[in-house]
Design a protein around this ligand. Structure first.
Ligand code: GDD
Ligand code: MN
Length: 377
């Protein structure tokens, strides 16, 4: 039996890892792996699918591929969702010095990979971006609506990173692993825009270049980008601006809580008009319940979009939300009252302290009991 020499061991370390986040891409993974193998002929590569436990069995399909070709690997995350965080996890799961991130539906042109690799090495770049908006690139047949939405998001993105990057929204790029290792703890990992996250987190401007490609038609399955992705984008930008200390979900939760005050008044006022002030207790109770309910649904739709409750879980979620917020309201009133009477704080500060304690309580408890884990559906 011969033992492997150090040299033969070192050449088994891939030079390039291609990270592919997937959610319900069972119909595309095989074709993607086939094309990657062809286009990266002569390169030491590995292909890492990061799947969020897709109900269509993408992870198992990818594992089948990996049984035939050990260069293909699978990370299956259970109870987690999110494109950016999946990419980060994949990038940390390899020892390759170059990392490419690419969609799993074949919309990104894999034949660009060898040119990206050559550019990043030969031109001593830190990151190479597959770009739809430099000469020679394109978006194929997008609807006018998607086109203009992409334009607006791109402008905002360019503002954030203050870099002359034509396509900061691209999800197709190749980066040196050292760049990721240096900034990974400060990435938000929120939403879809991992490239923007990297550029805005890096301490100094990255040496980059954009290579054109044409965004192709989806191979199979359907897009996971819907309208609420815009909201996730805003969350990511906000998180970037307020820093890591305050969780962005708390901000969203508080904004929705503030809206609840308007809902409350919109119910209370007409009820008092109809029933008279003798029915204040009834009206106030009804308004509170309606406001809590609308807050619950808004949070379910926006703040916890990635963990959205559906069907029967909605009922239990609503119930735990109402119970939690009722306790929060008691704490709010109790503390404000104490500060006002015993602590001799002014009415404004007393009220503010009560509201803050109530909000933190509501947020912390519902984060644990109401929205527990991502829903897979
Ligand atoms: N693991 C994981 N978890 N993967 C996900 C998730 C998730 O929650 N959501 C989406 N993906 C995967 C999809 O399976 C696909 O491989 C890739 O991420 C992109 O998702 P699509 O649903 O195909 O998005 P798209 O084609 O509309 O958007 C793409 O184009 C944008 C440019 O307009 C994405 O690549 C964006 O990153 C890109 O910016
Ligand atoms: Mn796609």
């Amino acid at each position: 039996m011969t033992t492997a020499s150090p040299d033969s061991i070192s050449c088994q370390v891939p030079e390039l890892a291609v990270i592919v986040p997937t959610y319900n891409e069972a119909g595309s993974v095989e074709e993607l792996a086939r094309r990657v193998a062809i286009t990266l002929e002569g390169v030491d590569w590995e292909l890492i699918f990061v799947d969020d436990d897709s109900p269509d069995g993408t992870a198992e399909r990818a594992r089948e591929l990996s049984r035939r070709d050990a260069r293909i690997r699978v990370i299956q995350r259970v109870g987690r969702r999110g494109l950016s965080s999946a990419c980060i996890e994949g990038m940390l799961a390899t020892s390759a010095p170059y990392l490419a991130v690419m969609d799993g539906d074949l919309q990104h042109d894999e034949t660009l990979l060898p040119r990206m690799l050559a550019a990043i090495k030969d031109e001593d770049l830190e990151i190479v971006v597959g770009s739809r908006y430099v000469a020679g690139g394109g978006v194929g047949d997008w609807s006018a609506r998607r086109h203009s939405m992409s334009k607006v998001a791109t402008r905002i993105g360019q503002r954030l990173i203050r870099v002359e990057l034509q396509d900061p929204m691209s999800g197709f790029f190749m980066v040196r692993a050292s760049v990721i290792h240096a900034c990974v703890r400060r990435l938000t990992g929120v939403g879809f825009k991992i490239l923007l996250d990297i550029f805005s987190t890096a301490e100094r401007p990255l040496r980059f270049r954009e290579l054109p490609f044409t965004f192709r038609q989806r191979h199979a399955g359907s897009s996971k980008l819907d309208n609420a992705v815009l909201w996730e984008y805003l969350l990511m930008l906000t998180q970037k601006m307020i820093g890591p200390l305050i969780p962005v979900r708390f901000i969203a939760f508080s904004v929705i809580g503030g809206l609840g005050v308007f809902v409350h008044m919109a119910v209370l006022w007409p009820m008092l008009q109809w029933l008279g002030s003798g029915a204040f207790l009834l009206s106030q109770s009804a308004a509170t319940l309606v406001a809590m309910t609308s807050n619950f649904f808004l949070n379910n739709l926006l703040t916890y979009r990635d963990m959205r409750l559906r069907g029967r879980q909605l009922l239990w979620g609503w119930l735990s939300f109402v119970v939690t917020c009722s306790v929060g309201a008691l704490a709010n009133v109790g503390i404000a009252n104490y500060l006002f009477h015993e602590g001799h704080s002014g009415w404004f500060l007393s009220a503010l302290a009560g509201i803050l304690v109530g909000a933190v309580w509501n947020y912390a408890v519902t984060a644990v009991y109401t929205w527990k884990r991502p829903q897979t559906k």
